[in-house]
Design a protein around this ligand. Structure first.
Ligand code: SF4
Length: 386
């Protein structure tokens, strides 16, 4: 645990080497070496689910198929997160290098950057970078055709299988898992789907090596992590930090001196109240999607939760009942308690409902409602009532 958030400068560090040098240097080594390096680095997916990246690539490499895909999930729709946009604007080469290395080690020949519709304004610059990549990939004999796919603007399409459905022209609804995309992904072929930050981090592992990379972070979460910081903070923005800091240290650095709650991991994560700041460690059991919202004492936690539930109710794809009905019921439920139409004890029934949603919803959207719901209702109960 650190007393002060430790700033790291790996992902955004300038590098004045020739374009796609990381890719070219990496391709001088064996594919097995690179996969072993990634596994050793401890890098986990940076989209929130946290699956070990090296293992995902290893499984994809082992699939017997003449057609494989690599997809960069740039459908950044979690409220409060904007780090992937910064990566795509400032270091797209590191992201594309990560994708290309993944394609090389897994044997994929087609790739897509699945770009959030709201980021359409990035298309021209990204395309220029892709064109440059094509020149350099030819030099090293890499057969990897990369293109941009624009999403249609649904939050649930950040879920990898819903993303694949939407790319196939269907409703963006999550699939049953297994099979996983590395077995049966885009158009039924093995597909690696990783987040923007994951690809950028993977190329950094290739550049600095696993030993150096895993010096950062916790035993659970190695390496550095990008945080999108918003809310009541004089230092809003994207910061690369070492995981393992306490929320207390985080609030001291980024809060305004009057922080009463920190939402760790976006709306799908947990809301940590001031009394727990010292014991809550970011990167140690907490979700690490990277969105951290800071609330000071002027904020109504009822309104915060209302906003979250409004968002969930709007974005639920409606495929499964616990999430489709549950999100609406939680929203109506807290409104009814606030208006005095239901007694305060009704909040306990809502907590049970959110727990049922966690256990029975089909995808991460419905499953994670209980994280923010229970942490806010439990810790700020009076604000839900009065
Ligand atoms: S949990 Fe929600 S978003 Fe996920 S499949 Fe069910 S209805 Fe759709």
């Amino acid at each position: 645990m650190t007393n002060k958030p430790k700033k790291v400068d790996i992902i955004f560090s300038p590098y004045s080497v020739a374009p796609y040098k990381i890719l070219k240097d990496t391709m001088k080594r064996t594919k097995e070496e690179i996969i072993a390096e990634l596994i050793s680095s401890g890098l986990r997916g940076r989209g929130g689910a946290g699956f070990p990246t090296g293992m995902k690539w290893k499984f994809a490499a082992e699939q017997k198929s003449s057609v494989k895909y690599v997809i960069c999930n740039a459908d950044e729709g979690e409220p409060g997160t904007f780090k992937d946009r910064k990566l795509l604007v400032e270091v797209p080469r590191k992201v594309i290098s990560g994708m290309a290395i993944c394609a090389w080690v897994t044997g994929a020949t087609e790739g897509f950057i699945y770009l959030r519709r709201e980021y359409k304004y990035l298309v021209n610059e990204l395309q220029k970078e892709i064109d440059l990549f094509k020149v350099h990939s030819k030099e090293v004999g890499l057969n990897f055709n990369l293109q941009i796919f624009l999403g249609a603007g649904a939050y649930v399409c950040g879920e990898e299988t819903a993303l694949l459905e939407s790319m196939e022209g269907k409703r963006g609804e999550p699939r049953n898992k297994p099979p996983y995309p590395i077995q049966d992904g885009f158009l039924g072929k093995p597909t690696v789907v990783n987040n923007v930050e994951t690809f950028a981090s993977a190329s950094m592992v290739c550049r600095i090596g696993a030993t150096e990379y895993k010096k950062f972070g916790t035993a659970d979460q190695r390496g550095s992590k990008l945080f999108s910081i918003s809310g009541d903070s004089p230092k809003e923005g994207v910061f690369e930090l070492e995981l393992g800091m306490s929320v207390e240290a985080f609030a001291a650095e980024f809060g305004d001196g009057d922080t009463k709650a920190v939402q760790v991991g976006g709306v799908a994560g947990f809301c940590v109240p001031r009394k727990d700041f010292a014991k809550a460690i970011i990167g140690d059991g907490n979700t690490t999607g990277g969105s951290t919202m800071i609330f000071n004492s002027s904020r109504s936690m009822y309104k915060v939760l209302h906003n979250y539930l409004d968002f969930y109710a709007e974005e639920s794809c409606g495929q499964c009942t616990p999430c489709r009905i549950g999100c609406q019921q939680l929203l109506k439920g807290i409104e009814a308690v606030k208006k005095g139409e239901k007694p305060a004890e009704y909040l306990d029934q809502l907590l049970k409902l959110s727990e049922s949603m966690r256990l029975t919803s089909k995808c991460g959207l419905g499953q994670s409602v209980t994280n923010s719901f229970s942490s806010i209702v439990t810790n700020f109960r009076e604000e839900m009532i009065y």
